[in-house]
Write a protein that binds this ligand. Structure first.
Ligand code: AMP
Length: 403
């Protein structure tokens, strides 16, 4: 085992880098921060050192990811947490798409970089930004293990019956068309934490995880392994999301192209950025939608009903996939905070052994907790997700095992 116990987690987007430095002895946060609007004149770095409680902000142009990471390194160094510290064991990178190839967290070398690059056609928005972050960090600390933790990895245990679309397999294989699933780091973490909350062994616990954030996905987890998830080849499939449509008859796309005279790019933007809750009612924030509903807004009420209807269909479907369900776990921004969503999603499912206790559901808090009545056959839980901790844990386990 290495004596270095710190892990830096980097989540690099196209114009942002989020980071957290953790000490894996007790999984505590040492520093957290965010660089936004990279490449613009109005870039901003917000850094907080948890030890001192001090927060600092820099604004002004940060040209690229290299400059962003150097600025982050500078902030960490000011707090005595520099990237040159011998206590830094590894850097863990979030990588959105690992295809079928990456089933586990992986120490990054040239071959791994090449494979992540080969996956760009199926993840054109995410993988290039993830790669830029990795390359920049590798240039900064070439001697340090850098680990890729893939959003898709947890879902690679799905059986072929769930992962394949019903199209000619030769065409599917040629273009790598299959259901990969996303948010896997969150689903893995939440499924395990739910088992812990129930006092059960994860290997003997079946959980339906509902990750409801701006992006949203459901998964069916049997004994700690994912057997089905709602996002597909891309994060567009499945639940109604903040701005994505989720499930749709594919013929809608032909119709929009032929009859609506829209280009493929326009349809792509429509379905990914201008649909879902936002497309239905002009708001994608559940707080605002609930406020409008309370004021009697019918458009917001219908958007909410469509969102809940889809969610309920998935709970029912995943109940059937699993056969036996121990718990349904709500997580992410909406799942953790929006009591009316949890209440409505489970309403009327008593026949499946599912119910929510109104009092428990109304309690707010950052801890994992049960919201079902004690008598319920199936537990309903709120389990805050922690993707950074999961990335750090997987990274540290891998690096620790290698030394
Ligand atoms: P995430 O993508 O997990 O960060 O979730 C972001 C979403 O969570 C926002 O767009 C809101 O819709 C939702 N959200 C955050 N806080 C609340 C809250 N207190 N009540 C209802 N929804 C919330």
């Amino acid at each position: 085992m290495t004596s270095a116990t710190r892990v830096l987690v980097l989540n690099s987007g196209s114009s942002s880098v989020k980071y957290q430095l953790l000490d894996m002895r007790d999984a505590s946060r040492l520093a957290v921060g965010l660089v936004e609007r990279i490449g613009e004149q109005t870039s901003r770095l917000k850094h907080t050192c948890l030890g001192t409680g001090e927060s600092r902000e820099q604004s002004g142009p940060i040209a690229d990811h290299d400059a962003a990471l150097k600025a982050v390194a500078g902030e960490l160094a000011r707090d005595g947490l520099g990237l040159d510290s011998p206590e830094l064991a590894a850097i863990g990178h979030r990588v959105v798409h690992g295809g079928m190839f990456f089933t586990e967290p992986t120490v990054i070398d040239q071959a791994v970089l090449t494979e992540i690059e080969r996956l760009i056609p199926v993840a054109p928005l995410h993988n290039p930004a993830n790669l830029t972050g990795i390359r920049t960090a590798m240039a900064l600390r070439p001697d340090l293990p850098q680990v890729a933790v893939f959003d898709t990895a947890f879902h690679t245990t799905m059986p072929e019956s769930a992962a394949r679309y019903a199209i000619d397999p030769r065409i599917a294989d040629r273009y790598r068309i299959r259901r990969y699933g996303f948010h896997g780091t969150s689903h893995a973490y939440v499924a395990r934490e739910t088992a812990r909350l129930l006092g059960k062994d994860p290997a003997d616990t079946n959980v339906i995880v509902l990750h409801l954030g701006n992006g949203a996905s459901a998964s069916a987890v049997r004994g700690g392994r994912c057997v089905e998830t709602s996002m597909g080849m891309t994060p567009l499939e499945g639940l109604v999301m903040g701005t994505r449509s989720g499930d749709l008859d594919p013929a809608v796309i032909f119709h929009l192209a032929r009859v609506g005279d829209m280009s493929m790019d326009e349809i792509d933007t429509l379905l990914n950025k201008r649909s879902g809750l936002f497309g239905l009612c002009g708001d994608n924030d559940m707080r605002e939608i609930r406020r409008r509903i309370d004021e009697g807004d019918e458009e917001a009420a219908l958007a909410f009903d469509i969102y809940i209807h889809r969610l309920k269909k998935y709970i029912g479907a995943y109940y059937a996939v699993l056969g036996r369900v121990d718990a349904v776990a709500f997580t992410a921004g909406v799942g953790e905070n929006a009591a009316p969503v949890r209440q409505a999603a489970v309403a009327g499912l008593d026949g499946l052994g599912l119910a929510v206790d109104g009092g428990l559901n109304a309690v707010r808090g950052g801890e994992a907790r049960l919201i079902s009545p004690a008598s319920a056959r199936v537990a309903v839980a709120v389990v805050p997700t922690d993707e950074e901790l999961e990335i750090a844990t997987q990274t540290y386990e891998l690096v620790g095992n290698r030394s």
